[in-house]
Design a protein around this ligand. Structure first.
Ligand code: MLT
Length: 264
């Protein structure tokens, strides 16, 4: 892992391999370890970059609200700091996908292709946004431990819960170790995110849309519609997986990503 200073905070960044850059952007409230089955699989052929986003994992926290635009600008600044000049393949899961949309809009020239995993283009409903504000306050008052019981049941498919208890336990540990200020800032940022549906037909880079068959947060039909709205996008459903498809069924996810990269 590298420590890299970006926009006033020090970041923890996985950076291995050489060649075309592949940037993995994790979900909420996790860190780069959710890509543990992808990092060693793709680093032998590419430069694989997987940061802990601002405030998450071992990266420093700043700001009471961090918008998806802030995260996208952080990523562009990180690529500058790492002297990555070539356009990247950006692979983002859930919140990582919410961040991919402003990245595609604001930093278009930096993007070679997109992999949108278990994510949504729509903004929050007023009720969902209000709930995020409530959770932000609760986490600041009571600590990060309150997050896992609410989130874990929605993250994993049935088979993962039954057969991979260590995978579930590892993500529980990551959540519990996340800084409350970072959780609150990202929750407020997600509550404020704009609807990216209108952007979908404007996406001009090769795009792969991937979803776990049992995703309870970004359902298959919603992601199928997202793929249909992006010109030429490919759509893959990962069997035996929920919202954390790359972690739950890495063999199927990595095969889909490998095939997409080979065509790109
Ligand atoms: C994530 O996995 O990043 C979260 O489910 C995103 C969200 O809370 O909407």
């Amino acid at each position: 892992m590298k420590r890299i200073a970006v926009r006033g905070a020090e970041w923890n960044v996985f950076d291995e391999g050489a060649g075309e850059p592949l940037l993995f952007v994790h979900g909420f409230p996790l860190d780069h370890t959710m890509w543990q089955a992808q990092l060693p699989a793709f680093a032998p052929r590419r430069r694989v970059i997987a940061p802990d986003l601002r405030g998450f994992g071992a990266s420093e926290s700043r700001g009471e609200t961090v918008t998806m635009e802030d995260f996208a600008d952080d990523l562009a600044a990180l690529l500058d700091a790492m002297q990555v000049q070539e356009p990247v393949v950006l692979c983002g899961l859930s919140m990582g996908g919410y961040i991919a949309f402003p990245f595609a809009r604001k930093h278009t020239a930096r993007l070679r292709s997109l992999v949108l995993c278990d994510t949504r283009a729509a903004a929050d409903s007023p009720e969902a946004a209000a709930n995020r504000w409530k959770v932000a306050e609760q986490v600041l008052a009571e600590g990060a431990e309150v997050v896992a019981p609410a989130m874990l049941p929605k993250l994993f498919g049935k088979r993962t819960v039954a057969e991979q208890p260590e995978t579930v336990a590892a993500m529980r540990r990551v959540m519990a170790a996340t800084k409350p200020a970072a959780i609150a800032a990202a929750q407020r940022g997600m509550a404020a995110r704009s609807d990216s549906t209108a952007l979908l037909p404007e996406i001009r880079v090769p795009t792969l849309v991937v979803v776990g068959a049992e995703d309870a947060i970004a359902p298959v039909e919603e992601m199928r519609s997202m793929a249909a709205a992006i010109p030429g996008a490919e759509f893959v459903v990962v069997p035996g997986a929920g919202h954390m498809a790359p972690l739950e069924n890495p063999a199927a996810f990595n095969a889909a990503l490998r095939e997409f990269l080979a065509r790109d």
